[in-house]
Design a protein around this ligand. Structure first.
Ligand SMILES: [Mn+2]
Length: 367
């Protein structure tokens, strides 16, 4: 039984620039901690080797701290580690891959053509390639097949199987099938598609970095049993991410005050069992009292028990257009002035109109 830890898209040293400096600093440390947890798990689970399918780093700039951490962790793992650089960390001249002396057990695919390493004591051949520029337009797998079917053949690479015109190494399912690896460890797609019967898989990112990477993230523990040329492969996903990003839509229909909205948000957070590991982006919808201006910043400030809360207000003020149209007071006049905006084809213009109407109704209701 061969055990493999398959990871990728770790994006170490990401800036997390959408967060404020305090949260960004926490997240940068957590990203390194997720990497360390993954390495510890590989050791504890008795992995025979590790495949890192690209984008280990977010860019070509690697901090000294991170470089030291990698060397330490890889050396302590002690088993073979294969790395296939991706579009974020290509093996360009003077990059980390050529500047750093990595422990002996680490092998890096620095060429954009298919090559391989043999591990005779495991009867394994590891195939792969690496980006040597930010773009890789041609599939290195075209017309290739794994040479010796009596061995366990593995492939590790950063590629895009979802688009045939990708500049991030387009590879087709057919090419993977024809190549015939017993397992292909892929990187690039951060939200991996649902598991299929095919012997290849995207690990997904190790730690999510934005609201486009929702759900639980981690790496794959792969087990391969090969007898008489037939491989049995099982893939288990393990969570290593310290945090999760979630998106939600909450109707606050009928809310008349900021405290009504706050109560609804609190109830939602409890109901969804979101805790301190969660960064939540919540969109408020529904029809609310026409004088209510929801203070989204106040709601997002100190968002216990969440790590971070972002609120988008998409509610509609409860104002009857027919009544306002005939209203001879200032309220009616404001409405008639804002009507072109409120009925605009452009959703941005409509939003401006709605917001203006809310502020006006709020001001007028307070006399
Ligand atoms: Mn990536």
């Amino acid at each position: 039984m061969l055990k493999i830890m398959h990871t990728g898209d770790i994006h170490l040293d990401s800036a997390f620039s959408r967060l404020d400096s305090r949260h960004a600093e926490i997240r940068r440390n957590e990203l390194r901690a997720a990497f360390t947890s993954m390495m510890t798990s590989a050791k504890m689970n008795g992995a025979d080797l590790m495949l890192i399918a690209g984008d280990l780093f977010d860019s070509r700039f690697v901090t000294r701290e991170t470089a030291a951490l990698l060397c330490r962790e890889f050396a302590s793992f002690g088993k073979p580690v294969f790395i296939a650089p991706g579009n974020h960390d290509p093996a360009v001249p003077k990059s980390f891959w050529f500047r750093t002396s990595l422990p002996e057990n680490v092998k890096v695919f620095t060429e954009p053509e298919l090559s391989s390493f043999d591990l005779d004591e495991l009867n394994v051949t590891v195939y792969g390639w690496g980006f040597n520029a930010p773009d890789l337009e041609k599939s290195p797998l075209t017309g290739k097949t794994a040479a010796d079917r009596s061995r366990i053949n593995l492939l590790v690479c950063h590629c895009d199987t979802l688009s045939r015109v990708s500049s991030d190494c387009p590879v087709t399912d057919e090419e993977l099938r024809t190549f015939g690896a017993d397992y292909s460890a892929l990187g690039h797609i951060h939200n991996p598609p649902a598991a299929s019967e095919d012997p290849w898989c995207y690990s997904g990112c190790l730690e999510p970095r934005g609201f486009d990477e929702t759900g639980i993230k981690g790496a794959c523990m792969v087990e391969i049993d090969k007898k008489d040329g037939e491989a049995e492969v099982s893939v288990r996903r393990i969570r290593f991410a310290k945090r999760r990003y979630e998106k939600g839509v909450l109707s606050v229909d009928g809310a008349a005050s900021q405290s009504d909205v706050r109560a609804a948000v609190d109830a939602y957070v409890r109901h969804m069992r979101c805790g301190e590991d969660t960064l939540l982006s919540l969109t408020l919808t529904g029809t609310v009292s026409s004088g209510l201006v929801i203070d989204t910043e106040a709601l997002a400030d100190n968002p216990q028990p969440l790590f971070l809360l972002e609120i988008t207000d998409r509610t509609i003020p409860d104002a009857d257009p027919d009544v306002l149209e005939r209203d001879v007071t200032l309220r009616g006049e404001v409405y008639r002035q804002l009507k072109p905006l409120l009925n605009s084809e452009d959703p941005r213009q409509r939003e401006v109109g709605l917001r203006a109407l809310r502020y006006a109704m709020s001001a007028l209701s307070e006399g």
